[in-house]
Design a protein around this ligand. Structure first.
Ligand SMILES: [Fe+2]
Ligand SMILES: [Fe+2]
Length: 244
């Protein structure tokens, strides 16, 4: 059976393939609603980046012993159609898709990869983390740049109505599961975050990067912090519940 590290890289490979597909749709959507060509170009570039990431992550997973290099991440409801797909304004729909992908998913990715890069020992995993990180930072910036343009161009208050749902769609519940402290030795050489550190890392990224990012544009972020508190309380209750 493949090690946890191999499975994590295989899940990354699969997620990268999904990201390539999403950016293809986003690039077409941005072009259709007449967003500036530079931003459309960034989305088109991201498709190629993500395809390359998928290939490289799968290669790493196989090197660590995973049979195919690809594994479906569990616990994500990515197949669900978001409520904003019902909005009448096509530009708002596309903007919300880009925000969910770039400001939320890619910002979390970039933060995680940055942390992993800074903690991983020199070697193949660290080189790959750096290779992917510089692209993911650009992908996150696409979202924030689009939000900046939109905030000058008619406002984006409506974004607040969907932030909680974006977190629901993007963040796996597993992040909140309590985990015992474990030996981080292997994690440091193969580029994965020890389970026991995942929740704190997620909350720090939310509080220090994502929430202030939206607040900067005057968007109400109360629902995001309430969502985080709710998840933390829920999993704390589960951890404390006596076992039958
Ligand atoms: Fe990627
Ligand atoms: Fe990306």
């Amino acid at each position: 059976m493949a090690s946890e590290g191999a499975v994590i890289w295989a899940e990354r490979a699969q997620a990268e393939l999904g990201a390539a597909r999403r950016f293809r749709v986003l690039a077409d959507g941005l072009e259709a609603v007449g967003v500036q060509a530079q931003l459309v170009g960034l989305a088109a570039c991201a498709v190629r980046d993500e395809e390359e990431h998928a290939f490289l992550c799968a290669k790493m997973a196989r090197a660590l012993g995973h049979e195919t290099g690809f594994a479906k991440p569990e616990g994500l409801s990515s197949a669900a159609t978001p409520s904003w797909a019902e909005r009448h304004n096509a530009r708002e729909r596309v903007l919300l898709d880009v925000i969910a992908m770039c400001c939320i998913t890619e910002s979390f990715n970039a933060s995680l990869l940055h942390t992993l890069y800074s903690r991983t020992e020199a070697g193949a995993a660290r080189t790959l983390l750096h290779r992917i990180l510089k692209d993911e930072v650009r992908h996150a910036q696409l979202g924030w740049a689009l939000l900046a343009a939109q905030s000058q161009d008619g406002g984006c208050d409506y974004v607040a109505d969907h932030l909680e749902e974006m977190l629901d769609i993007s963040v796996r519940d597993a992040v909140f599961l309590p985990a015992a402290t474990e030996d981080a030795g292997e994690s440091r050489s193969i580029g994965v975050l020890p389970r026991a550190q995942r929740r704190a890392h997620f909350c720090a990224t939310l509080d220090e990067i994502i929430v202030p990012g939206f607040a900067h544009f005057g968007i109400d972020t109360t629902s995001m912090t309430a969502w985080r508190d709710h998840k933390l309380a829920l999993h704390l209750q589960e951890a404390e519940a006596p076992e039958d």
